[in-house]
Ligand binder design. Structure first.
Ligand code: NAD
Length: 485
């Protein structure tokens, strides 16, 4: 039997097992088998990582921005050199198609590192002249050791999205990747050492949220928490951080509307709606899971959308032709199937899917669920209100922009929305009326790393992206130099 791969913590520049020797199994979603084990961190591992990050902080904060940029560039170059290896482990660890890891996850991780390397050298702060009375300027100093906690759906993409701005801004980091998908973080830790990041600047502690994650957010040596994950976990972290006034950035769940008006380019709308619904098996916070279509084209949209499902059927993620892989865990598969049962119980009409899928051969034990479409559920149905985070979408009809806005905004979440429409006045009205942090008109998930990224309502607090992230990881201080009277 092949020896199991081992993923270890990266603390103070060293790869280390947990102090108490604890490990967790790491499964391959496409087969259901265990392929690796990961160190299960506890309070003492977190203590060691936070201490290392605080020891490394003064020298890293004093490192010139162009040197920090050079090291992040080198890290990006190593990920690029090892592109295929990163794509292969990301696909194996998450169940996502290798084609998606090659097209999105790994290129985006490299882009994150490069973008914030450049940002380090471009970050500037404001000054406010008061004429003869003097001048104010804003000093933006790095916060210190910060926590970066990330989920399993886009492991390397979201880990780099947090650590890159933190490091660029001059903070040191203790990152806690998801225990479900630790593989690419382990490899990134080794790449950081090879790139020459000084010991203690980037520390990675693996382990469960309730233990390693909780110990990290409670730690008095941490100055800020940047978290991406579920709304429930975000709420728990906020409750821990609030009494000690720890700075927080929360990127949480979504239940995103995808609105199609009758004048839209129907082919483009259907093609994009399918991608928005089923990319990464619907496990992206930005996925469009509520299809809201103007009634004159509802029948045509329905017919084409259902026909398009032929291109989104489960397949072995290692096959470069696969577009749709496995769900990340057995527990998550069961949660998604539970939502499908609920949609039936609520009276939804099943138009497609609605069941687990068993593939032949090596993937026979994998956690696959067919792309699923329900119709006939109103805005109050739990299926339309709760985040499923899987390949399940609903279809609703509307008449006119008022009803479109009412349906789209009938959600406690407010992350992203897509609108397909040609009428520019309607587009503007929708953009202004939608209660979401991101509005895509005639597109979905087109990202520009300079833009503010984040959600309204229960989708989060704060914004990542561009200079917003650099601002988050720095403390703005007002210095006023007055002229003697
Ligand atoms: P999760 O909240 O279960 O876990 C996220 C991370 O938090 C993991 O590393 C986990 O170990 C850790 N964690 C759990 N409990 C913790 C605690 N008490 N203290 C500290 N850390 C803790 O989320 P998940 O299931 O990994 O990811 C799916 C969720 O993430 C979905 O809700 C999805 O919408 C959301 N998400 C949001 C965005 C965004 O940008 N808004 C992006 C991707 C995913």
């Amino acid at each position: 039997m092949a020896e199991r791969v081992r993923f270890l913590h990266c603390i103070d520049g060293e790869r280390r097992p947990s102090i108490d020797g604890g490990v967790l199994d790491v499964a391959e979603p496409a087969t259901g088998g265990i392929w690796a084990e990961v160190a299960d961190g506890g309070t003492r591992d977190v203590d060691a990582a936070v201490a290392a990050a605080n020891r490394a902080f003064p020298a890293w904060a004093a490192t010139p921005a162009d040197e920090r940029a050079r090291l992040l560039e080198r890290l990006a170059a190593i990920v690029e050199r090892d592109f295929e290896a990163f794509a292969a482990i990301e696909s194996r660890d998450t169940g996502k198609p290798i084609a998606l890891a090659r097209r999105v996850d790994i290129p985006r991780a490299i882009a994150n590192l490069r973008f914030f390397a450049a940002a380090a050298t471009q970050f500037a702060s404001e000054s406010h002249a008061m004429g003869p009375r003097g001048i104010n300027y804003t000093l933006r100093q790095p916060l210190g050791a910060v926590a970066c906690i990330s989920p399993w759906n886009l492991p390397l993409y979201l880990l780099t999205w947090k650590i890159a701005p933190a490091l660029a801004a001059g903070c040191t980091v203790v990152a806690k990747p998801s225990e479900v998908t630790p593989a690419s973080a382990d490899r990134l830790g080794r790449a950081a050492t090879e790139a020459g990041l000084p010991a203690g600047v980037l520390n990675l502690v693996h382990g469960r949220g309730a233990t390693a994650g909780q110990a990290l957010v409670e730690h008095p040596g941490i100055r800020a928490i940047s978290f991406t994950g579920s709304t429930a976990t975000g709420r728990a972290i906020a409750a821990t951080a609030a009494p000690v006034f720890r700075k927080l950035s929360l990127e949480l769940g979504g239940k995103n509307p995808f609105v199609v008006f009758a004048d839209a380019d129907l082919d483009a709308a259907v093609r994009t709606a399918l991608a928005a619904a089923f990319t990464n098996q619907g496990q992206i916070c930005l996925c469009g899971s509520r299809l809201i279509v103007e009634r004159p084209i509802l029948a045509a949209f329905r017919e084409r959308f259902l026909a398009g499902l032929a291109d989104w059927q489960p397949g072995d993620p290692v096959d470069p032709a696969s577009r749709f892989g496995a769900l990340v865990s057995a527990a998550h598969r069961d949660k998604v199937l539970g939502h499908i049962d609920l949609a039936r119980d609520e009276g939804g009409t099943l138009l497609a899917g609605g069941h687990a899928v068993r593939l032949d051969g090596r993937c026979a034990g994998g956690w696959f669920v067919a792309p699923t479409v329900f119709e006939g559920l109103g805005p109050d149905a739990r299926t339309n209100r709760e985040e499923i985070f899987g390949p399940v979408v609903t279809l609703q009809g509307f008449d006119g922009p008022d009803e479109a806005l009412a349906l789209a905004n009938a959600s406690d979440y407010g992350l992203a929305a897509s609108v397909f429409v040609r009428d520019i006045d309607v587009a503007r009205r929708m953009a202004e009326g939608l209660e979401t942090g991101i509005v895509w008109i005639n597109c979905w998930m087109q990202r520009d790393l300079r833009t503010p990224f984040g959600g309204m309502k229960q989708s989060g607090v704060g914004r990542e992206g561009g200079l917003e992230a650099m601002r988050f990881f720095t403390e703005p201080r007002n210095i006023c130099i007055g002229s003697p009277a």
